[in-house]
Write a protein that binds this ligand. Sequence first.
Ligand SMILES: NC(=O)c1ccc[n+]([C@@H]2O[C@H](COP(=O)([O-])OP(=O)(O)OC[C@H]3O[C@@H](n4cnc5c(N)ncnc54)[C@H](O)[C@@H]3O)[C@@H](O)[C@H]2O)c1
Length: 370
Amino acid sequence: MASKLGVSACRFYSRAAVPPRFRQQLTRQPAAVSGRRESHGLYNEMDHRPRVLITGSLGQLGGGLARILRDRFGRDNVIMSDIIQAPKEVLQAGPYLYADVLDQRSLKEICVNYEIDWLVHFGALLSAVGEANVPLAMEVNIEGLHNVLEVSRRFNLKLFVPSTIGAFGPDSPRNPTPDLTIQRPRTIYGVSKVHGELMGEYYHHKFGMDFRCLRYPGVISTDQPGGGTTDYALKIFHDALTTKVHHCYLAPDTRLPMMYIDDLLSATADFLEAPEDQLKMRTYNIGAVDFTPEELAQEIRKFVPDFEIIYNPDHRQAIADSWPQKFDFSNASNDWGYRPLYDMRGMCEVMMEALMQVYKPKHKVAELKE
Ligand SMILES: NC(=O)c1ccc[n+]([C@@H]2O[C@H](COP(=O)([O-])OP(=O)(O)OC[C@H]3O[C@@H](n4cnc5c(N)ncnc54)[C@H](O)[C@@H]3O)[C@@H](O)[C@H]2O)c1
């Protein structure tokens, strides 16, 4: 099943492998392959909803963003893609394709044949994984970015690429970190993200591309983390509800900016939809809260009083020590109205409630809510 809409669909365009709605399109004349298209395709002419491709969509953030964008623009107008097989739920929820960001030709084929208007580029290696495999991180995060930039320029797409707190370094002001300041990161992840910010802004100035970028803080969700330096803040909740002990790879007083995933995803969708004339910049910080492992452990003890945290800082400590402690996201608020909804308490409540459903019998969830 996974290969039905996944691996084969895009590479070879077997009609049987393409979802029914798109089969019709494959019989139409393809849209113009360069320059601005006169038409946005049959579907969009009728309702003006954009068609969006998300690369690397099977990670922590892609599925959630696809859900929000599908609610706004329609199920079939948001195409998820990645280089791994999708679980059944993903295949049932809407279109899913195999798309390797290192394969520019295949990306072009997808954009033409599926008449893509917006490209959300999530395919990447995160900080800790990137440090462990620098050549691969350079390939995926830098060459992959060059490919999506070129494809977006060629077909006049709106391009969204996320950046990160990791795009700053030890020379940046850390509390708070403004949008425009010194950026000298010391991880390949951070270097590739600064490169992405600058290349996107260059394409905007040079070619008029509608490039948009948000610098995300650490993202808190119930999903499995993807190998970043802020992963502890996800795992700690699972540990609190299972073993009641968390072994933390950061020191107790390591402060980092974070935000709950729902805030981040709806902010991303709002930013994608923001009228261009509201954007005074192309790259904005966004954030919500900042805390240390010890502060988070104390908040968790309000739900699990005998929760224990043991500190064994490892190589990720040096990465965290070079990152912002607090993000200044006032430009995002002033320019396009960004407002976070979840503070630390709200984020812990929602995480505990969601994970109690997974780890505890139902009556315990009721107790938690009382
Ligand atoms: N999650 C966070 O805390 C966080 C924070 C800041 C920025 N970001 C950024 O947001 C984006 C999405 O993050 P995420 O947490 O979902 O990442 P993730 O690591 O969970 O997922 C990344 C996805 O990219 C895919 N991928 C890897 N190589 C690929 C290739 N060659 N072609 C296509 N896809 C490929 C992987 O299969 C994976 O599913 C990334 O750009 C990341 O840098 C994430």
